[in-house]
Design a protein around this ligand. Structure first.
Ligand code: GAL
Length: 821
C-alpha cells in the first residue's frame, strides 16, 4: 500500500509519469492499476542466448500465454573488473528489457546480485572475493558497499530508461538477494541483520514497484516473501498480507558433467501449477522458460554443463518443447479466463477423501472450480455438484464455470514434436572439413618453470588468477642432492589438490592427470615420477570447470592446488616426505594460445595442415566450414573430442567435454508422471557423452562464405568426426480426446504427410501408434491429409461430427495422429 501511495504522490508531481502503472499488492494478489491479477511468468536469462534470439524467445513466451518475463542480473558479467562495466552484446540488459516492453509484456527483475542460477560463482565477481577483509552475504562493510554500488547502478540504469512500471515501463517486480533463507542459519545474528539491511537498501532505491525476496520466511516488511521449488501449493508467506507467489517453478533441472539428461514431465509441471492456483496462488514463474546456453566460461559449478536446456518449454535453441509448451499454454489461457474469480472469489473446499478435494472460487458474478487428485496411484471418479468427473491420479481438473471440465493436467491435447538433427546440406561433412593444427606452447612453463609471480606459498586459484582463465600453472624448482634422504629409486609426487582437473609434469614429462569426481573436489593425487640429481622442475596445471554457485560460504570453497605438495622417497621400509608447500612457487595464469588469440579468425599464427595429430594433449585445431542452409538452429557435433573450448568465428561457444560420459545407471525408458518429481527421476542419456552437441547461434555464422571453427583440445581427442547439423521438427504426434481442437504445426515448415491417424481407441505411442478395437467410420488419415498436408499448421475438431461415429462402449474417444514434417 505504502508504495502505491508514494507513487501516486510522485505522479502528481512529475508530469512524465502520465503513463505510470501502479503496481502494488493487497494480500491476495499483485494489483496492477488497482486490479488483482493472475500473473504467469517465465525465466529467460539474457546472456544465455544472443540478442538476435531475444525477440523470438519473448514472443514465444507471449504466445505461450505468459504475462511476464523474468531475468536475473549477472554481476560478474557486467562488472568483470571493479568499476569497469560491460553491457555489450548479449549483456545488453536494457535492450532485453525493451524487447520485453516491445512485446507488451511485463518484466520481473531479479537483481540479486547473488543469483545462484548455475552461473559461475553465483554471479559474484572473483575480484570481490579478493578484496581485503571481504566476507560475502553478511554484515561486512566492504561487501555491503559493493553490493549496494552494483544494485544502485542497475536500478539507476533501469530508471534512466523509464523501465519500471511506476515510470511507465514493463518491470512490475524487483528482487533483492536470492534464497538467503536457505542458508541464513549459517550466518547467525549477522545473517538476520544482513537481510534487514538488504531490505532497507533495496527499499531506499525507490523503484516504485514491490520488492520480492525468495525463500525468505523472515522477509522484513515490505519485502514479499516468495517460494521456489517443484511444488509450492503448500507455501504460505510469512506475512498474511502477502500474496502467495512462486518465483521458481523448476520446469526440469540443470545438468552436470557426468550427469544424465533430466526430464520433468509435462503432466507434472501442469499439475504443480494447477495445484498452486487451486490453493490460492496468484503469481507463478517458470524457472526456466528458456534455459539456453552457458557460453564461454559462464557455467557455474563445479561441473555445470555448457547446455542449460533445463527441459524448459522452449528448448536450448529456442524451439518449442512440445507438448510442454502447448499444454502449459492451454493452462495459462484457462487460468487467465478465471482471473476475476480466482483473485476476488471466496474460497471453499470440499474434501472427497483419498486425497481428492474440490476448491470453489465464488464471486457474485460466477464461480470457478478445481478438482485436485493428489493420490499418486488411484484415479478418481467423483460426483461433484451432481456431475461425475474422472480425475486421474496426480492431476487437477479445471472447471471455469464449475460445471464443464475444460482442462485436466494429465490429459494432454497438444502435439508432441520429435526433434531431429539433419546433416549440413551446404557441404558433405565431416569429410570436407580440412583440419590444421598447432601445439599449445608449453615448453617455457614445463622446462623453465617461470611464471608471472612468485610466492613462498600455495595459493587458491581464485586469489592468483582472479578467475581470468580456467588454467593456472603452479611451478617450482627443487634441488635434490644424492645425499638427500628423499633421494632414491622409488620416488613419487603427492599433491593435495582441489583442482577440478589436474595435469602434473616433472622435468617436462607428463606424469599424469586427474579429473575430480563430482562432489569430491578435495583429493590426493599421487604418481611415481623420475627426478634427477640437481634441479628438478615440477609443473602443475590446475583447471577449474566453473566456480561454485550455491551454499553458505560457497565463495570460500577452495579451488586449485591448495597443498600440501610432497616428494615422497621410499627406501626399503622407510618413507621420507619432503614438503614443498613453502617452496618458492611461480604462477602463470592462462595458456599462451588464449593470450595469442588463436581462436580469432584473424589470428596471424601459423597452423599446419600436415600430419594432424589425434589424441594429443594441449592441441589447437582449426577448420573452415559453410553455414548450414536454412534458418533452423545449428549445432556442432563434437563427438570424438576430449575436453576443451570451441570458438565459431571467434565467438566462444563454451566448454566442451564429450569424453566425460554420463553415469551408466539410473535411466529408465518408462517415466511415470505420478508422484513428486525429483531431479533423478526420468533421466535419459546414461553412458553417453554428457554433452555431444553444442549450440552455434545463427548470428555467429556468415551465411555466405567461410566460417571458422577453432578447438582447443586439452586432454586429447580426434576431430575427424566433427560436423555441423541443424535441429528441427521431424514429425509431430498427438493423442487427443474428443471435444478438443487439435492444432498441428511443423514450426513454420509445411506438413508433408500423415503417417498414421485413427479416431476411436488407438493404442501405442508416438512412432508406434496402432488402431484399437473401435474406430470411426470415416478415414481419419484421408481427412487429415486433406486438411493438413502442404500447410504450416492446421486445426482439427476432434469429434464424431468430423470423423464419424465410433462405438467404443461409452469410453471417451481419442484421435491419434503421426504427421511427418
Ligand atoms: C534455486 C536458485 C536458482 C537456481 C535453481 C536451480 O535454488 O535460486 O538460481 O540455481 O535453484 O536451478
Amino acid at each position: 500500500m505504502m508504495i502505491s501511495l508514494k507513487f501516486l504522490l510522485c505522479c502528481l508531481l512529475v508530469s512524465s509519469c502520465a503513463y505510470a502503472t501502479i503496481v502494488s499488492h493487497d494480500g491476495r494478489a499483485i494489483t496492477i492499476d488497482g486490479h488483482r491479477r493472475v500473473l504467469l511468468s517465465g525465466s529467460i536469462h539474457y546472456p544465455r542466448s544472443t540478442t538476435e534470439m531475444w525477440p523470438d524467445l519473448i514472443k514465444k513466451g507471449k504466445e505461450g500465454g505468459l504475462d511476464a518475463i523474468e531475468t536475473y542480473v549477472f554481476w560478474n558479467a557486467h562488472e568483470p573488473t571493479r568499476r569497469q562495466y560491460d553491457f555489450s552484446g548479449n549483456l545488453d540488459l536494457i535492450r532485453f528489457l525493451k524487447t520485453i516492453q516491445d512485446e507488451g509484456m511485463y518484466g520481473v527483475l531479479r537483481i540479486g546480485p547473488y543469483v545462484c542460477a548455475e552461473w559461475n560463482y553465483g554471479g559474484f565477481p572473483v575480484w570481490l572475493h579478493n578484496m581485503p577483509g571481504m566476507e560475502f552475504r553478511t554484515t561486512n562493510t566492504a561487501f555491503m558497499n559493493e553490493m549496494q554500488n552494483f544494485t544502485t547502478m542497475i536500478v539507476e540504469m533501469v530508471k534512466k530508461e523509464k523501465l519500471f512500471a511506476s515510470q511507465g515501463g514493463p518491470i512490475i517486480l524487483a528482487q533483492i538477494e536470492n534464497e538467503y533463507g536457505n542458508v541464513i542459519g549459517s550466518y547467525g545474528e549477522a545473517g538476520k541483520a544482513y537481510i534487514k539491511w538488504c531490505a532497507n537498501m533495496a527499499n531506499s532505491l525507490d523503484v516504485g514497484v514491490p520488492w520480492i525476496m525468495c525463500q525468505q520466511d523472515d522477509a522484513p516488511q515490505p519485502m514479499l516473501n516468495t517460494c521456489n521449488g517443484y511444488y509450492c501449493d503448500n507455501f504460505t508467506p510469512n506475512n498474511p498480507n502477502t500474496p502467495k507467489m512462486w518465483t521458481e517453478n523448476w520446469t526440469g533441472w540443470y545438468k552436470n558433467w557426468g550427469g544424465k539428461d533430466p526430464h520433468r514431465t509435462t503432466e507434472d509441471v501442469a499439475f504443480a501449477v494447477a495445484r498452486f492456483f487451486q490453493r490460492g496462488g496468484t503469481f507463478q514463474n517458470y524457472y526456466m522458460y528458456h534455459g539456453g546456453t552457458n557460453f564461454d566460461r559462464t557455467a557455474g559449478g563445479p561441473y555445470i554443463t555448457t547446455t542449460y536446456d533445463y527441459d524448459a518449454p522452449l528448448d536450448e535453441f529456442g524451439n518449442l518443447n512440445q507438448p510442454k509448451y502447448g499444454h502449459l499454454k492451454q493452462l495459462h489461457d484457462v487460468l487467465h479466463a478465471m482471473e476475476k474469480t480466482l483473485t476476488y472469489g471466496n474460497i471453499s473446499t470440499v474434501d472427497f477423501g483419498n486425497l481428492v478435494t474440490a476448491t470453489v472460487y465464488k464471486t457474485e458474478e460466477g464461480s470457478s472450480c478445481f478438482i485436485g487428485n493428489v493420490n499418486e496411484t488411484s484415479d478418481a471418479k467423483i460426483n461433484f455438484q451432481g456431475t461425475f468427473y474422472d480425475v486421474p491420479a496426480w492431476s487437477v481438473s479445471i472447471l471455469p464455470d464449475c460445471k464443464t471440465e475444460t482442462y485436466n493436467t494429465a490429459k494432454i491435447n497438444t502435439q508432441t514434436s520429435v526433434m531431429v538433427k539433419k546433416a549440413n546440406e551446404a557441404e558433405n561433412e565431416p569429410s570436407t572439413l580440412k583440419w590444421s593444427w598447432r601445439p599449445e606452447n608449453i615448453d617455457n612453463v614445463l622446462l623453465k618453470g617461470k611464471g608471472e609471480s612468485t610466492m613462498r606459498q600455495l595459493f587458491d586459484q581464485k586469489v592468483v588468477s582472479n578467475d581470468e582463465s580456467d588454467y593456472l600453472w603452479y611451478m617450482t624448482t627443487v634441488n635434490i642432492k644424492e645425499q638427500d634422504p628423499v633421494w632414491g629409486k622409488n620416488m613419487s609426487l603427492r599433491i593435495n589438490s582441489t583442482a577440478h582437473v589436474l595435469h602434473a609434469f616433472v622435468n617436462g614429462q607428463h606424469i599424469g592427470n586427474y579429473r575430480a569426481e563430482n562432489g569430491k573436489f578435495h583429493y590426493v593425487f599421487e604418481q611415481d615420477a623420475k627426478f634427477n640429481p640437481g634441479a628438478n622442475v615440477i609443473t602443475l596445471l590446475s583447471i577449474t570447470v566453473g566456480l561454485p554457485n550455491y551454499g553458505a560460504f560457497f565463495e570460500n570453497v577452495p579451488a586449485g592446488i591448495t597443498g600440501p605438495v610432497f616428494i615422497i622417497g621410499r627406501n626399503g621400509d622407510e618413507t621420507i616426505v619432503k614438503d614443498l608447500s613453502t617452496h618458492k612457487w611461480s604462477y602463470k595464469t592462462g595458456l599462451s594460445g588464449f593470450e595469442n588469440q588463436l581462436f580469432s579468425s584473424e589470428s596471424p599464427s601459423t597452423w599446419s595442415g600436415e600430419s594432424v595429430p589425434f589424441n594429443r594433449t594441449m592441441t589447437w585445431y582449426k577448420t573452415t566450414f559453410k553455414a548450414p542452409l536454412g534458418s533452423e538452429p545449428v549445432v556442432v557435433d563434437l563427438l570424438g573430442l576430449g575436453k576443451g573450448t570451441a570458438w565459431i568465428n571467434g565467438n566462444n561457444i563454451g566448454r566442451y567435454w564429450p569424453a566425460f560420459l554420463a553415469d551408466i545407471d539410473g535411466c529408465s525408458a518408462e517415466c511415470n508422471y505420478r508422484g513428486a518429481y525429483y531431479a533423478e527421476k526420468c533421466q535419459t542419456n546414461c553412458g553417453e557423452p554428457t554433452q555431444r552437441w553444442y549450440h552455434v547461434p545463427r548470428s555467429f555464422l556468415n551465411s555466405d562464405g567461410d566460417n571458422t571453427l577453432v578447438l582447443f583440445e586439452e586432454i586429447g581427442g580426434n576431430p575427424s568426426l566433427v560436423n555441423f547439423q541443424t535441429i528441427g521438427v521431424g514429425n509431430v504426434c498427438a493423442n487427443v480426446y474428443e471435444k478438443n481442437v487439435l492444432e498441428l504445426s511443423c514450426n513454420g515448415k509445411p506438413i508433408s504427410s500423415i503417417k498414421f491417424a485413427s479416431f476411436g481407441n488407438p493404442g501405442g505411442n508416438c512412432g508406434s501408434f496402432e488402431k484399437g478395437t473401435c474406430e470411426a467410420s470415416n478415414d481419419a488419415a484421408a481427412i487429415l491429409t486433406q486438411e493438413c498436408v502442404g500447410k504450416e499448421k492446421c486445426s482439427i475438431d476432434v469429434s464424431e461430427k468430423k470423423f464419424g461415429a465410433a462405438d467404443c462402449g461409452g469410453l471417451a474417444k481419442r484421435l491419434a495422429v503421426e504427421a511427418i514434417c
